[in-house]
Design a protein around this ligand. Structure first.
Ligand code: CS2
Ligand code: MG
Length: 412
């Protein structure tokens, strides 16, 4: 079965998405997500100019060989752009293989290891009252685990606060806290770690007092703390029994997590900006994390992320796949197939896309009683409506960045 056609489709319904669409000589269509928030066109160029010419005429059956060929023949290895491009090819080939076999991809990966996938959503608020409303909104929707993000007194803007945190406030359109605002240049936000470290424990105390000790709560530090500051936060949150503290400190320096681990038992989740197993080598081997945060879309696809998670399973580390709105429904479906099949599944982030996005990407995955399931359509189970996609041309969008009070640029 030969790849005859490869198209890179850019569309921007609720936000920008990049999708690779392959067609074989037998008429099978496979799609893969290549969305890299804020750098979408870099992946488009990598795919169109350097990968597509290599795909035409290749045997679509050879998923592993194609992965190794794209990874090793480029000479220059790893990185978010390269691995998002490789991921899209990998997802599209798994989609084709499932369609040819007449099976959902999770069956090709070894079948289901559970009935459904625990999902968490994003509650947020500028005040505790707004945060509580957002938590209630997510509980009413059926979420069984909830991420808590809050404004910090004295800071003008901060990551993770939905423009309006509740459905009604958005007139029935799902709130979309999409941080990458289309049409402009990067927004500058302000940051002060000490104010944040003083405030966040009070937020979790209030949430626990309001909602009790059982509800699994998560928090995203979003790369902003030094290791010792992360250790301080982890320790101060121990009384509130978090499911995880995410991206507590920039983890290019994997050793940094040793210092955090020495001071706190709060579970740690790292990796949404990682893109190969090598980024995890030390933090997995030294048991420095509890959850692997990578998305299929940013980590070389199903083939490679499965290898990362199999490595992590030797250390009882579980998956916590990244699933904000900048992972397309194709990338979400791929994550669900992989998550359903592996033994060491932990939790799946699920922010839900907007109505325009759902019209472009016709999904067959389901979310019921707080559990996700990829569905049983052959392949990944998502169809790209190319005509609908054409209605929404790309709009340049940048993620924000931070500056400290003295003007120093800081991690966002
Ligand atoms: C966040 C992401 O969902 C998360 O955990 O870290 O929303 C992140 O801010 C975006 O994916 C950046 O594009
Ligand atoms: Mg995150």
């Amino acid at each position: 079965m030969i790849i005859e056609q490869a198209d890179v489709i850019v569309t921007s319904p609720n936000r920008n998405f990049v999708t690779l669409r392959l067609v074989t000589d037998e008429g099978h269509v496979g799609i893969g997500d290549a969305t890299l928030n804020g750098r979408e066109l870099a992946v488009v160029a990598y795919l169109r100019d350097h990968v597509v010419p290599l795909l035409i005429g290749r045997d679509a059956h050879r998923i592993e060989d194609t992965w190794q060929f794209l990874y090793r023949s480029a000479y220059w290895r790893r990185g978010p752009v390269t691995m998002a491009a490789v991921a899209a090819v990998d997802m599209a080939l798994w989609d084709i293989k499932g369609k040819e076999a007449g099976l959902p991809v999770y069956q090709l990966l070894g079948g289901a290891s559970r009935t459904g996938l625990l999902a968490y959503g994003h509650a947020s608020g500028k005040t505790n009252d707004e945060l509580f409303d957002s938590v209630r909104e997510h509980l009413e929707q059926g979420y069984r685990a909830i991420r808590i993000q809050a404004a910090v007194p004295g800071l003008k803007s901060i990551y993770g606060i939905a423009s309006n945190a509740t459905y009604e406030a958005n007139k029935g359109e799902r709130y979309d806290h999409e941080p990458a605002q289309r049409g402009g240049l990067p927004n500058e936000e302000d940051w002060d770690t000490r104010s944040y470290l003083r405030h966040i424990p009070t937020v979790f105390e209030a949430v626990r007092n309001e909602f009790g000790p059982e509800l699994p709560l998560l928090h995203d530090g979003h790369h902003r703390m030094t290791p010792i500051q992360a250790a301080q936060l982890g320790k101060s949150l121990e009384p509130y029994d978090l499911f995880w503290l995410e991206d507590c400190t920039p983890a290019e320096n994997q050793e940094a997590l040793r210092l955090v681990r020495q001071h706190t038992t709060t579970p740690l989740a790292i990796g949404e900006i990682f893109n190969t197993v090598w980024d995890y080598q030390q933090i997995v081997r030294e048991q420095l994390i509890d959850y692997v945060r990578s998305a299929v879309t940013h980590t070389g696809g199903i083939t490679h992320l499965k290898k990362v998670l199999d490595y992590a399973s030797q250390y009882q580390i579980k998956s916590g796949m990244h699933g904000p709105t900048d992972i397309s429904p194709v990338g979400m479906a791929a994550a669900m197939h992989l998550g359903l099949s592996i033994h060491n599944f932990g939790i799946q982030e699920y922010m839900q896309h907007g109505a325009k996005t759902d019209a472009v990407f016709e999904q067959s995955y389901t979310w019921k009683d707080g559990l996700l399931h990829p569905g049983d359509k052959p392949g990944l189970g998502v169809e790209l409506n190319v005509d609908e996609a054409g209605r929404y041309p790309y709009q340049r969008a940048y993620l924000p960045y931070n500056r400290l009070a003295d003007g120093t640029v800081h991690d966002w």
